[in-house]
Ligand binder design. Structure first.
Ligand code: NAI
Length: 248
């Protein structure tokens, strides 16, 4: 369909769920992949699995909200594969909490991982893309930013920020050969979903959705791989909803 051969991709939060599927889809289309995750053992296992399938992959323990971690992992990528061309900002955490119970600490933690990471990771990687005159930044947001979601004020606010950030950055770098888009998953069967309050009612939510099933990580990964391609080069600032028709 399309080729990512010769491209070096970074996927954050790729030890699990959507990030892992995205890393696999990018590798399947020919990219070399760096797996960045707080879960070091999971990142190493994911890279080992990709290598066993014949792909090129490396792993690093990275807290995406910490510049020192990101800089070290980028240096590792440069040494192993060269400059980065594709960045998938996927790592995220969820939080269900009544708004009146929200603490500043919990709010800050969600903002740091879900939103500050956009600054830290993207700012680190953009010089590679600017030098090449080619780049793809794909941010994983959330349908909760589009529809709102009770008891998810910090999470929805952080993901709304991801969508606005995507649009702003797309404008700033459009003339430089760099596209910036976001994919808001709706309801995807991953460890995060299973561990959340929704995990208890996955079957009911799936039954009530237009396609009568939860999204699969591979559904998100296909959209991410497309946005990373040359063929998607005239798409920027876009929100590509991958939600099985579930818009509320
Ligand atoms: P997951 O929990 O399966 O995977 C998230 C990964 O991010 C984990 O491997 C975790 O170790 C890593 N991570 C967490 N904090 C990190 C940090 N500070 N630095 C580096 N890595 C960190 O979750 P899932 O479901 O695959 O979520 C991926 C993205 O999709 C997240 O941004 C999430 O908010 C978003 N999303 C997921 C939905 C779903 O239904 N599963 C719905 C809407 C959005």
């Amino acid at each position: 369909m399309f080729s990512l051969a010769g491209r070096n991709a970074i996927v954050t939060g790729a030890a699990s769920g959507i990030g892992l599927a995205a890393a696999r889809a990018l590798a399947a289309n020919g990219a070399r992949v760096a797996i960045w995750d707080l879960n070091e053992a999971g990142a190493q296992a994911a890279a080992a699995a990709l290598k066993a399938e014949g792909h090129s992959a490396i792993a690093a323990r990275v807290d995406v909200s910490r510049r020192a971690d990101v800089d070290a992992a980028l240096a590792q990528l440069h040494q192993a594969f060269g400059k980065a061309g594709i960045l998938v900002n996927n790592a995220g955490i969820t939080l269900f909490r009544d708004f009146m119970e929200m603490t500043e600490e919990a709010w800050d933690q969600v903002m740091n991982v879900n939103l500050k990471s956009m600054l830290v990771c993207t700012q680190a990687v953009l010089p590679d893309m600017l030098e090449a005159g080619w780049g793809r930044v794909i941010n994983v947001s959330s349908s909760s930013a589009q529809t709102g979601s009770a008891r998810m004020s910090a999470y929805a606010a952080s993901k709304g920020g991801v969508i606005a950030f995507t649009k702003a950055l797309a404008q700033e770098f459009a003339a430089k050969g760099i596209t910036v888009n976001n994919v808001p998953p709706g309801f995807v069967d991953t460890p995060m979903l299973r561990a959340s309050e929704i995990g208890k009612v996955v079957d009911q939510v799936a039954a009530a959705s237009p396609m009568k099933r939860a999204g699969r990580p591979e559904d998100m990964a296909a959209a991410i791989a497309f946005l990373a391609s040359d063929e998607a080069g005239y798409i920027t600032g876009h929100t590509l909803s991958v939600n099985g028709g579930r818009y509320s």
